[in-house]
Every structure is written in structure tokens, then in C-alpha cells.
Design a protein around this ligand. Structure first.
Ligand code: ATP
Length: 505
């Protein structure tokens, strides 16, 4: 048996390493849990990973890194390997998917692909998608075709279409959305496979809908005949309540959903308290899932936290791949601001993008709104944005009190250098003179604490290639704040000065 303490140390080291490699804390924690060793075979530490997505996307590509850490924790004589997880192959059976004589690698996204293609070859040219997309051998294609066509004629409301502009190429990847992005890309590459359903959750305006459209657009591009249904849960409620219950056409509603190959459902949380709709959705979900059609769902909450949703639905959501999108960190916000500004032809310098990133903290929708304001201003005045004009717009958008910080790393460096009466070149330089080192450590620490700058960005702002210097500075400052009165005095004065600057802005 493996020692629990060693396992814990291994897990913690892994977590830290994956954060250093650029993953978010929650993803790194999840990965560290997933690769917990289960046994030792001779000189091999063996772990099994129950989640094929994380294994293929994040763990296997970094197996050398993991082995290095395993050697540090368990001894250099050990090697490390990931065994396939027992649930991997059984998962299909457990989830009552169609029994097929195929190995996991042979599972296709569209389970009836072979039937589909052979059927397609037999068909006469010029028929519709529904004609060609025969879901199973046993179903009567003719009745399906006729009824499906009827539905589109009788459907009073125009069905939603995919927004072509929301695709993978227009989505800005950053640390906070990397896992969700990769999961969506994997699903689009291989729909209907093991990541089913894919459940994306996170706060408003962080790109869940954008990713949903990206999946749909990508599959549509690769398989033009695929029947992709993008809906919000409110659309589903309308269909069930109005068309199904009030107009009495529930069969048509069911047909509409059961005929799709990919179901993309936005904002599932709005199904709460709608009991009849939840029952209907449960059956739709099961039917599509059993036919191994891809389902992607978004929500503002983790399934277990959605109130007033049936437990059996929640457990269906939990059986697939769950990925979250976190609010972007400072550095990510700067990247989003610069990319989006560029796209709309807005000219802003780094100082301005830092200023916006310091205020627009919660979501990308907010950032887009701000940039549109700036663009409008640019058109009206004929002048590119200045710090003053941006500050005025920021104050309008963020009523007094909500503007939390208007400093950037340059301001922090300046204040620290002034406080210690040293030159900026000494603060930024390599000298190990104690005064310079202390000043450098405090400036690095405050850049992290006050404006949330990421470690790598702080290192580069100080001209350091190696970000471990910043990690060292973080722990040094914490230690000195506890032990050293003079250090604490300097720190408090600098922090006070920076707080004053923030409040006066
Ligand atoms: N990473 C990103 N790259 C590019 N655009 C993004 C990104 N994240 C969000 N956006 C844009 O921000 C806007 C809001 O995103 P979206 O509608 O996808 O958010 P959401 O998470 O679905 O929000 P809600 O929960 O309110 O529906 C969209 O215009 C979207 O294109």
C-alpha cells in the first residue's frame, strides 16, 4: 500500500506544478486528485485516471513532469505510469449505451455513422438531411421524414440558428477557460463519444454560449448534414408548455428533439420549478443519450447547486464531463481587451488596457460593452482614447465605490522605489544589496495582492526569466511580515500610499 502522507505530498507538488504550467487552481487540484497513486508494481508507481478527457488532454502529455515529481516523493528508483481505469471500458455499459462489439477506440462520435453512411449511399441525391440521417435500423425512416417536415411547417416560432461569428477561432483562450475550451474542442472533434453530456458551468458573460455555438459550428462544418439543435432551456419550456400541452402537439415536440444529432442547451438552470418540462427533458435526454447523440449543456451553476431541479436530472448531468469557466485573471483580461479592441479597430495602449483590466473584473460581456463605449467616443470626437477619456467612461460604467483599483504594476514599482529612495534601475536590476532585494520583494508581493497580476507577468515586469524568484518573494514577504517589525513598518507605509492613490482616482 502507498503511504498516505507521501501521496498527499505528491498530490500537493503536482498541484503546484500544474499551476506553474499555466492551469487554473481548480483544474490543477482536480488533476492532482485524478492521478493519486493506487499501488506499486515492483518499481512502478501506478495511478489510474477515471476521467478520459483529463487523462488525454492534460495528464498524458505531462507524464514526464509527473514522473519527475513521483521520483522526488517516492524515490528516484521509481517510474510512474497511468493504468487505464476500470470504468473506462465499462462506462458505456453502465450508462446503458447501445451494446456494440467495439473497443473504446473504435467508438465513433455518431454511433450510427456506419449505418448512416451506408444508408446515405443508397439514397437518391437531392434528399433532405432528415432523409439521410436515419438514426437506427429499426425506425421507420419514412414516417420520421414526413413528421419532421410537418414540425418545421407547423412550428410558429422561428428556430434558433447557430451564430457563425461565435466559433473557436474567435474565442480567446486563457487560463480561466482553457479546460472548457479544450473539452468543447474535443467534443466537436469527436461528438457523441465519452464526454457526453458535456456540462459547462460558470458565471454570466464568461463565454459559455460562445463555446456552445463553437461546438455546433465546428460539427456543422465537419458534417454538414448533422442535425444540430441549439436551444435555450426557455425554448424547451415554450415547446413543451405551449406547443406540447396547450396546443396538444406533444408528439411533434418529442419528434423534434429526438430527431437531432447534437443537442446544445443553453442556461439549463431556467428549467427550475418547471416540473412537466423537467420530466420531458429527462426523457429527451435519455433517448438522445442512448442513441449516443451528443448533448452539451450550459448553466450558471454546478449541477448539484441548481435549485429545484429533479435529482435524477442532476445525476444525468453529473455522469458526463463537467468543466467550469472562471472569471479571467488580470493578465487574461488584458489579453481579452487588447484582442477585442484590435478586432473592432480601437486603438489603445498598454496603459489603457491595464486601466480597463483593473476595473472590468467580472466578465467579458462587461469588457465588450466598455470597448464599444470607447469606440463610439472615438467616432464622435475623432480622437483615440486617452487615460482621461477612459477614466471618465469607467466612472460612468462603474458608479462610485465600485471602482476598486486604478493602479498598475508601474505605479507600484514607482511608489516602492520612492519609498526606499532607490532608482528604478536598482529596483529592476540584479543587485543583491539588501535594500534593493527587500524593495523588489515588496513590489512583487503587492503586484500579486493588489492587482492580481499572475506570477509569470510579475516576473516579466521585473525582467526576470524565472518566475521562481517571484514565488520566493511571496514567501519571504509573508515570513518577514510576521517576524520583522521594521519590514512591516515599511510595508504598511507603502500599502497606505498605494491605497490613497487608488481612492483618489
Ligand atoms: N474567451 C472569450 N473570447 C472571446 N469572446 C468572449 C469570450 N468570453 C466571452 N466572450 C464574449 O462575451 C460575450 C458574452 O459571452 P457569452 O454570451 O458566451 O457568456 P455566457 O457565459 O453564456 O453568459 P450567460 O450566462 O449570461 O448566458 C459574448 O459576446 C462572447 O462572444
Amino acid at each position: 500500500m502507498l503511504d498516505r502522507d507521501f501521496n498527499q505530498i505528491f498530490s500537493e507538488k503536482l498541484r503546484i506544478r500544474f499551476v506553474e504550467l499555466g492551469l487554473s487552481k481548480s483544474t490543477a487540484t482536480k488533476i492532482a486528485k485524478l492521478v493519486t497513486p493506487i499501488r506499486i508494481d515492483g518499481n512502478t508507481i501506478v495511478s489510474s485516471c477515471s476521467d478520459p478527457f483529463y487523462r488525454d488532454q492534460f495528464i498524458s502529455p505531462k507524464i514526464d513532469e509527473i514522473e519527475k515529481i513521483a521520483k522526488q516523493c517516492f524515490g528516484s528508483e521509481y517510474s510512474f505510469k497511468i493504468d487505464s481505469h476500470p470504468n473506462d471500458l465499462n462506462q458505456i455499459k453502465n450508462n446503458s449505451l447501445p451494446q456494440k462489439n467495439e473497443t473504446r477506440d473504435e467508438i465513433t462520435l455518431f454511433p450510427d455513422e456506419q449505418i448512416y453512411y451506408s444508408e446515405k449511399k443508397k439514397k437518391v441525391k437531392g434528399k433532405t438531411l432528415q432523409d439521410n440521417f436515419t438514426p437506427t435500423k429499426t425506425e421507420e425512416p419514412t414516417s420520421l421524414i414526413i413528421e419532421t417536415k410537418d414540425i418545421s411547417i407547423q412550428n410558429a416560432e422561428k428556430p434558433r440558428t447557430l451564430d457563425a461569428s461565435q466559433n473557436f477561432s474567435t474565442f480567446i483562450r486563457c487560463e480561466s477557460n482553457l479546460v472548457a475550451y479544450s473539452a468543447c474542442e474535443a467534443v466537436a472533434k469527436n461528438p457523441g463519444n465519452l464526454s457526453n453530456p458535456l456540462f459547462i458551468y460558470g458565471a454570466t458573460g464568461l463565454g459559455k454560449t460562445h463555446l456552445l455555438h463553437s461546438v455546433g459550428n465546428e460539427i456543422q462544418h465537419k458534417i454538414p448534414d448533422a442535425k444540430i439543435l441549439y436551444i435555450t432551456s426557455e425554448d424547451f419550456v415554450n415547446d413543451v408548455i405551449h406547443r406540447g400541452i396547450r396546443v396538444g402537439k406533444m408528439d411533434e415536440v418529442r419528434m423534434k428533439y429526438s430527431a437531432c444529432d447534437v443537442l446544445l442547451v443553453d442556461d439549463i438552470q431556467f428549467l427550475e420549478k418547471k416540473d412537466a418540462c423537467q420530466i420531458e427533458f429527462f426523457h429527451t435526454f435519455n433517448e438522445l443519450y442512448q442513441k449516443r447523440k451528443q448533448i452539451v449543456i450550459t448553466s450558471d451553476k454546478f449541477p448539484k447547486d441548481i435549485p429545484n431541479i429533479e435529482e435524477r436530472l442532476k445525476s444525468r448531468f453529473l455522469q458526463g464531463l463537467l468543466v467550469d469557466i472562471e472569471p479571467p485573471g488580470f493578465e487574461d483580461r488584458v489579453a481579452i481587451i487588447e484582442t477585442k479592441a484590435n478586432l473592432i479597430g480601437l486603438k489603445i495602449n498598454q496603459e489603457i488596457s491595464f486601466l480597463i483590466a483593473t476595473h472590468a473584473k467580472t466578465n467579458v460581456r462587461e469588457i465588450q460593452g466598455l470597448l464599444k463605449d470607447l469606440l463610439m467616443n472615438q467616432h464622435m470626437t475623432g480622437r483615440t482614447p486617452t487615460i482621461e477619456s477612459v477614466t471618465a467612461i469607467l466612472k460612468r460604467r462603474f458608479p462610485s465605490g465600485s471602482v476598486e483599483s486604478t493602479i498598475d504594476i508601474a505605479a507600484i514599482q514607482k511608489v516602492v522605489a520612492n519609498h526606499f529612495q532607490i532608482k528604478m534601475s536598482d529596483l529592476m536590476g540584479q543587485s543583491r544589496q539588501q535594500k534593493f532585494v527587500i524593495a523588489r520583494h515588496i513590489a512583487m508581493f503587492l503586484a500579486k495582492e493588489m492587482i492580481g497580476l499572475q506570477i509569470v507577468a510579475i516576473a516579466s515586469a521585473f525582467g526576470k526569466k524565472d518566475h521562481t524568484t517571484v514565488l520566493h518573494a511571496m514567501s519571504k514577504v509573508k515570513e518577514s511580515l510576521d517576524k520583522d517589525d521594521e519590514f512591516r513598518g515599511n510595508f504598511v507605509q507603502i500599502k497606505r500610499k498605494l491605497d490613497q492613490i487608488m481612492q483618489s482616482n
